[in-house]
Design a protein around this ligand. Sequence first.
Ligand code: CUA
Length: 338
Amino acid sequence: MTCRRYGVVALAAALVALSGCGSEEQSPLHPESHPARLVERLWWWMLGGAGIIFAGSVAFLVVAYLRRNRSGLPFFGEREGLATTLVVAFGIVIPVATLAVLFTISNIYVIAKTDAPSAGSTQMRIEVVGHQWWWEVRYPGSDAVTANELHIPTGTSIDLVVHTADVIHSFWVPRLNRKIDTIPGQDNHILLYAGKPGRYRGQCAEYCGLQHAHMAMYVFAQPPAQFRAWLAKEAAPAPAPQSELGRRGEDVFLSNACAGCHTIRGTSAQGKIGPDLTHVAERTTLAALTVPNRPADLVRWIRDPQHFKPGTKMPGLELSDADFDALAQYLQELGFGQ
Ligand code: CUA
């Protein structure tokens, strides 16, 4: 390939990357809330400003190269004072001014506007706990507990409180707001807001171990009435298994290691290490978006979790094929019931 063709390919790749094609679901360049729009605008301004500074620096380098065997500046010749002024302007004054403006806009204006709503104005609070490698979601004032798939009402400023059960993670749903770290021993707050209904993908944004990349989440924004209906169903205890196979699966679950790690509200399973599975059948994915929640994938996941997510705390149990099938049937019956 010729040099020029390389250039064309690189430019095309850069444009595709900039337009965010293919990853719109999780792109900060497709904001869906006012805080995310502020972050997007700041990003474009920074890109524009940095582009101008970069182009200016390259221009000076080119001039220096072309005149490498001559002294003085183009057009101005050997004016010592002017050369010093240029160095002071471009080396000190302009960078300091640029950084001061950037600091003011990003740290004082954008951070404040994207922060958690103040205590008095809070309409709702949701708690998220980062675990290696999944997200626990709690709704204070309700028994509802879920994992990796947050439901929120649209048009509502939510005070999202994040903490961690182990190491530092970072909660980031780029279309809704900036990221916020989960720090051991500390509660961090951020505003979570979605203007319109939809599904917004998020991702842990702080390296947290082997399966950091498989620590994703969805935010489902629903109209408030629909959200309230969801919350009421999510808060209810698990429905009793309907089928014979499902009932056998429940026995398998409760008499094996499953119950030591997972909670199924309404049963004796009260484990706290893995996700709450009370209504797991209502979720669209398993293992923090690693596996689709479909019957065949569910069986493969519970048979050999280490194949899909090496390092996950969930072990592959030594059960018979019949027990795995019963277990999968039971989990599929953990919906919202009738
Ligand atoms: Cu959790 Cu990266």
